[in-house]
Design a protein. Structure first.
Length: 176
């Protein structure tokens, strides 16, 4: 176990807690539901930041591992799944947007498995990193719900970037 893998595990463990905070807003009668949003938003922001640091630390200190190459994308997908599904359930995220984003993520994950089975790899592109950033920004804006129109705009920007980066990934796969 190294630090990058521990950070990925932290994201995996944070995902169900974020989902719980979003969809079980009536757990405690004494706490107003907006506090659940703030707690979920803070936890989501910290978890999202670990995504940046685990990759950077792994490369900087040569701590890349096979388990890390599995844990990192799994943690990313679970984090986004918890946020987008929770937001959809409480009515803050458009169901079609969530379907498109999550559908693309599952499709590309499956394609990565095929690529790996062929003994090849397609590296994450800069657009893929920007896509992740847009998804994180949209999720956070929708979780804290301070500017609903901004959250919606960021969500649809994330959808567009998600589709575009997915098409780019498929194009790279076809080149192989």
């Amino acid at each position: 176990m190294n630090l990058p893998n521990a950070l990925a595990w932290a994201r995996i463990l944070a995902a169900p807690l974020i989902f719980l905070l979003l969809v079980n807003r009536d757990l405690f009668d004494a706490i107003h539901f907006t506090w659940f949003d703030y707690f979920a938003g803070a936890l989501f922001a910290v978890a999202a930041i670990t995504d940046f640091f685990d990759g950077m630390i792994a490369r900087l200190f040569d701590q890349t591992t096979k388990i890390g190459s599995i844990l990192d994308p799994l943690a990313d997908k679970l984090l986004m799944l918890s946020a987008f599904l929770g937001l959809m359930i409480i009515g803050r995220a458009n169901a079609w947007a969530v379907f498109i984003v999550l559908g693309r993520e599952f499709f590309i994950t499956g394609l990565r498995v095929v690529v790996a089975a062929e003994g090849k790899a397609v590296a994450a592109s800069n657009l893929g990193k920007w896509k992740t950033g847009a998804q994180i920004a949209a999720s956070l804006a929708l979780i804290v719900d301070w500017f609903p129109y901004l959250g919606d705009a960021l969500l649809w920007l994330a959808v567009a970037m998600t589709v575009w980066s997915g098409a780019e990934y498929v194009r790279e796969y076809v080149k192989l």
